[in-house]
Structure formats: C-alpha cells, structure tokens
Design a protein around this ligand. Sequence first.
Ligand SMILES: C[S@@+](CC[C@H](N)C(=O)[O-])C[C@H]1O[C@@H](n2cnc3c(N)ncnc32)[C@H](O)[C@@H]1O
Length: 490
Amino acid sequence: MSTIPSEEVLFHPSSGSDWNGRVFEWNHDIYRAIGPCYVDVLAKLLHEGVLRKLTEQGLLIQTEVTPLHLDGYPMVVKHRRLPFVSYAAEWSATMMKDVALLLIDLERELVPFGLSNHDVNPWNVLFDWTKPIFVDLGAIMPLETDTIWPATKRNAFWPAYDQFCQLILYPLYLMSWGHARIARSLLNDYKGVLKAEFLKLSPHAPCRHQTALPQLGRSVARRAAQMAQRFLPQTVRSVVKTRLLRERIAAPGPKPDIASRLRFLDRCRQEVESIKLEPSDRYWSDYYNAFHGGQVPPFNETPEWTVKNHNVFKILRALGPQTILDMGSNTGWYSQLAATNGNQVVAFDTDETCVDQLYYRARTNNLAVLPLVMDFRSPSPGAGPCNNWLLPATERLQCDMVLALAVVHHLVSKRYLTFGQIAQTLSMFAKRRVLVEFMPPEDQYVRDWRTREFDWYTTDNFLSSLKQHFSRLQILESYPSPRKLILCER
Ligand SMILES: C[S@@+](CC[C@H](N)C(=O)[O-])C[C@H]1O[C@@H](n2cnc3c(N)ncnc32)[C@H](O)[C@@H]1O
C-alpha cells in the first residue's frame, strides 16, 4: 500500500464537511478519501455487487478501490474523471428532465438493498456529454440513516424527496410552464424552488388553494384534491397528485416496505415523464433553416457547403484541437461538425430552445457535445464560500479552441460589449486558439444598426483588440461576403 503525501492532495472545497468521503485531486486524477463512518457502507456496496451494478448501468460514476492510503482515512477510491463540469442553472429543460429520471432510476436500484440516495443536489450530477451520471458515492447510505435529513424533513419513501422537489422537480415544472429564467435564477440559490414559490408560480389556479391545505382537515383536503383532479388537465393533476402523496407521506405509519417504495418511485417516474416541455423561444432555433434556404447542410463536405462551412472544417481538420468551446452555438451545426470530426465540444447559447435541440440531436447521435444555456456577457460565476464551491465557467469550460461564429455583432449591438471585452472573454476561455467571425461595417446586418455611436466598430479596431491577447492572426473568407473568419493563436 503506497501512501499519498498529504501536501500533494488538493481537497475539493465543497466536500470539506462530507464525513463519508472527501473528494480530492492528485496527479490529475479524482479520488475520494473514505471516512471511517462510511467503510461499512462501502463494504456492503462492494460485497453485494451494488457498486458494480450501478456503474455498469451508467447511473453512478465508475469507481474503483485503490491500494492507496491517505492519512486519517481508512480507504481511498478513484473515480473516472469527466471532461467538463456543468451546473443545474446551465442545463436545458430536457437535460433537467433526464437528471430527474436518472435520480429516480438510481433510487429504484438502491431500494432492494435497503439503501437510499440521501443527497440529490444537482451538483452531485455531471453530464458525460449527453448522459447524466451521479457522482457522489457518499450520498448512498442505508435508508434509516439520520445524518442528513432530520425526521421532520425526511420522506419515509425517499428521505431526500423534498430536496428532489426543490432542486429538480419544481424547477422542471417551471421550465415546462415557460418560466425557465425564473427556474435558472432560483437554481443558483442552494434551496432551489420552495414549495410556496412553486405553487404561486403555477399557472393553474386550483393549485394555489393548496397553500391553504394545512389549515384544513387532512381528509377534507384530500377529498377536495381528489374532486379537483377529475376536472383538471394532466399537468395540474400530477401536481395535485404530488400533494396527495406528500399528505400521505406526512401521515405517521409503519415503515414502508420495498414494494411501496418502488411504487412511490414508479409514480415519481410517471409524473416526470408526463411533464411536457414546450419550446420556450423559437426566435433563433430556425436560424439554419432560414440562412441555408430551408436546408440544414450535411456534415460531410458537399457542394452545398458555403465558404464558411469549408474554411471552418479545414481549420478543424488541420489543427485537430481536442476540445472546442462553441460560443453562441445556436442549434450547433458547427458543434456537431466538430464532434463528427472527432473533437470534444462544449457549446453554449442564450436561446433555451436551441440548446435543447442541440442536446436532443447530440444525444440521439451519441456525439461528444455538452450543450449549455449561458450568456457570453455573464458566464456563470463562482459560488459558495470563497467563491470556490462552484467554479466559474471561465475555469471549468476552457478549451483548446474557442469558436465564436456570427456572434460578435450581436454582442456589440444588443449586449453593448466593447471589442476589448469581447477579445478578453474569448482569451479567458481559449487555451490556445480562437476562431472568431467578424461582420465588417459593410455587412448588410451591421449597416442596419450601426449608428454614429458605433463609429469604433471597424475591422482594424477589432483586430487590434485581438492582438492584445494573441500573437498571430490569420484572416480567411466567410459567408456571406464580406464576413471574415479570424484565426487567433497565442
Ligand atoms: C447568428 S447565430 C450564429 C450561430 C452559429 N455560431 C453559426 O455561426 O452558425 C447567433 C447565435 O448567438 C446567440 N447569442 C447571441 N447573443 C449571445 C450571448 N450574449 N451569449 C450567448 N449566445 C448569444 C444567439 O442566440 C444565436 O443562437
């Protein structure tokens, strides 16, 4: 058994008070130092084959016991490292729905072993491109454990169910009701969406009456809800059903057996599956159709390709960056082109519908693309004490090459950014290179908005801002003329 020198270990700031196990980085790998109180649980997980089953099913991050030793910890396990870390406020509605289903499926697998996932905080879920995976081994504990949820907050069927509602289910409902921005803002708060907020935001009036339910006798409330259910649309019915379940759960009774826990989870799954996700904003999602005469170009070189398509592809082929960050990706034609070409891609856009569409396509075609909802003007900041529990996007999403195609003019005209701010932001995300498209003042779209206040919007000024961060610039043709692609290298 070799000992890891303590001074070489970097503990993750957010696992500081996790007595079951603390995550740390060592030699560029991710490990978890197992606390003394978790050794028996880990032994059960290993002995009964739970760990193997969960990892094989892709529900839990691949984990292996190591022969390593770290002072103060009886065991050390190693986790597979996922390429990029993303957080709930950056996920599209479909991504959130997939996370909800993952957590329910994981819980379902734990039930027969008398175990439960006691911490369903979405920061315990990461995306392996388009596949969500649970990464906090230490959250898996015996059902009866009372270390995380006090009896008053614990749901007998699934102790972390309240947390699941506040941080996953309610935000998902809000997204489905067209309140994605509210859901995202509240997801930045550690409590997520409180039940009272959820009920107030519900578009379905009958749900609002539920806030008065605690004052009514339980049986009257239940009867009223049952009556209401008969006349309500499916979405509302499921909200009321949740309430009914919760009423039942609150009632004292015998400990639930395996079958009733599984039934509870089946109902949770049905409820999540029934949540319909409508596109929130169609404005940008038709961009490729509109721009390419109603056709989305294929990903293999064809005569239909524009000079922009050809030049971007040529650059990707010639330089072979391992990782690419596609900023303002829209529905991600270039992200998909890059992934098809073997590159690993993180893509972001402000448009929810576009991100959802890219997620759907990448998931269907099993592409190495991680689509996120984010604004170039305000990339996700760090959060938590010392701002380091959640890391800022500029640290998490740095890539070998940044693509910023057909976005600069939007950032100037709609977000009021200067060339200096744009060049600096591009540089913060790029490990090595940036491929940025520039619409010169003569471009027809630029002519439409460029007033005297934007006199400084010239090609020369943009190039000099880029030169502050990159030593070599190469200019290529783009489409439609006179747009240019500028390849910037450090
Ligand atoms: C013209 S499309 C370009 C799509 C793609 N990059 C291309 O070249 O084909 C511009 C995209 O930028 C996105 N966008 C605009 N402002 C943004 C911002 N501040 N942050 C992130 N994306 C933005 C829009 O939502 C839109 O999808």
